[in-house]
Design a protein around this ligand. Structure first.
Ligand code: 6PG
Length: 470
């Protein structure tokens, strides 16, 4: 009888190829499936030893090459492709086989697929995988949901391939039932959108208010990466500023068109936060800014209609200090909003999420990994019922000592016509969340005035309505 492999992977694109090689590096044998013959031969030749890694374009051969219960992970584009692969696989599967969807699937799709596959006697897990191609190869952060017994089949492989945080803990953990894993990954991406938007605003400020060159920006970001802002996104930003244009003079960053694309996970985060009634304005505006950026031609026309304020410069040293503090403050706001959304979703969808565990598995491997997550993990361990990171004792001093820099920069941006919506939404979120009084009493009065929607009073219990015109 020919060799049976420990692990199967469908979809040998960049992520799939890297993930399967990671599995093999960690001592498991693996078999890949892809309709594209070239991807199949590329994997076989890269793998070297076909007893450790093999691949095929033939579904029947793929399934019969796997040891039972089969562990089959899909790394194919989210949406219809996942359903198609599942439909094709089902006739070949045996009871107890496990399918893992490692893509950015929408969480309700995961719930539907789990019920369907469970009804046929198979296991199914939706697992978020973060870290891009490099993470897939060297250690991603993995966010699995599904049923705990289903997870136990794949746990040894996931723990072996996942990134390890500096304390040696693997960046993977069972997060909760049903679509908990995909939901957490969706919010991870929302936070990712927020942080990327914030960094881009700081870049804009540094180049416009400080006239910094790309080489200087590279240095500034590299220095920040050695401090409390240490994170994957700050690290790669430094690297980006240093990259020469391979098709012309100067640095590549200056040639890249300023229209940001998106695949939808950030938008889903915002949409679902609205459904849950949880404010995540730093993330919302990051989605909107990608949309505004896409209107390049309209922006060019509109730019020619209006005058811009004359730019005032900010003294370099102060600007760098303001920028570092503002970024630190607003990163905290982005995480606060994401975790707030997760805690509400946990109640609404019965995920029973553990916030400390989530921040712990985000400490390495994923796109939003950052040293800040060490503090966030501690904050949630200290108070498992923490309503918002903004009120965590561990964060109060950090926030108090950086908020004024955001005020300076947001005011500067407003005066000088530099859009800083991520920073200003973070600041507004903070100012509103920490205001015991907001002017929304007036909104209640207006609602009652025009629509008899009623209101509550701050001096006595009950529901009231007033005939305002009389
Ligand atoms: C990750 C990323 C990844 C995502 C890309 C692109 O955690 O590895 O979140 O899953 O697909 O970042 O997302 P957008 O195209 O929407 O920017």
């Amino acid at each position: 009888m020919s060799k049976l492999y420990d692990f199967g992977l469908v979809g040998l694109g960049v992520m799939g190829r890297n993930f399967i090689l990671n599995v093999v590096d960690n001592g498991f044998s693996a078999f890949g499936l892809d309709l594209n013959e070239e991807s199949v031969s590329a994997l076989i030749s890269e793998g070297g030893d076909i007893n450790k890694v093999n691949a095929s374009s033939d579904l029947a051969q793929f399934v019969s090459s796997l040891a039972k219960p089969r562990l089959i992970m899909l790394l194919v584009p989210a949406g219809k492709a996942v359903d198609n692969v599942i439909e094709n696989l089902v006739p070949y599967l045996s009871k107890e086989d496990l399918i893992i969807d490692g893509g950015n699937s929408f969480f309700t799709d995961t719930d539907r697929r789990e019920s369907y596959l469970n009804s046929l006697g198979f296991h199914f897990i939706g697992a978020g995988v973060s870290g891009g191609a490099d993470g897939a190869r060297k250690g991603p952060s993995i966010m699995p949901g599904g049923s705990k017994p289903s997870y136990q089949y794949i746990q040894p492989i996931f723990e072996a391939v996942a990134a390890k945080a500096h304390d040696g803990k693997p960046c993977v953990a069972y997060l909760g039932p049903k679509s908990a894993g995909n939901y957490v990954k969706m919010v991870h991406n929302g936070i990712e959108y927020g942080m990327m938007q914030l960094i881009s605003e700081i870049y804009d400020l540094l180049r416009k208010a400080g006239n910094f060159t790309n080489e200087e920006l590279q240095e500034i970001f590299a220095e920040w990466n050695a401090g409390r802002l240490q994170s994957f996104l700050i690290e790669i930003t430094a690297e980006i500023f240093g990259k020469d244009d391979d098709k012309g003079d100067g640095k590549l960053i200056d040639k890249i068109l300023d229209k940001a694309k998106q695949k939808g996970t950030g938008k889903w985060t915002s949409q679902n936060a609205m459904d849950l009634g949880i404010p995540i304005p730093t993330i919302d505006i990051a989605v909107s800014m990608r949309e505004i950026s896409a209107l390049k031609n309209e922006r060019i026309k509109a730019d020619s209609i209006y005058d811009r304020p004359q730019l005032a410069l900010i003294e370099n040293k102060s600007l760098i200090a303001f920028a570092e503090e503002a970024l630190y403050f607003s990163f905290i706001c982005a995480y606060s909003q994401g975790f707030h959304q997760l805690s509400e979703a946990s109640k609404e969808y019965h995920y029973d999420l553990d916030m400390a565990l989530i921040s712990q598995i985000w400490r390495a491997g994923c796109i939003i990994r950052a040293s800040l997550l060490e503090d966030i993990t501690i904050a949630f361990k200290e108070d498992t019922q923490l309503p918002n990171l903004l009120v965590a004792p561990k964060f109060v001093d950090k926030i108090q000592s950086t908020v004024n820099s955001v005020r300076e920069l947001v005011a500067y941006g407003a005066k000088n016509g530099i859009p800083l919506p991520g920073l200003s939404n973070s600041l507004t979120y903070f100012d509103a969340y920490t205001s015991s009084e907001l002017p929304l009493n007036l909104i209640q009065a207006q609602r009652d005035h025009f629509g008899s929607h009623t209101y509550e009073r701050n001096d006595m219990p009950g529901i009231f309505h007033t005939k305002w015109g009389e």
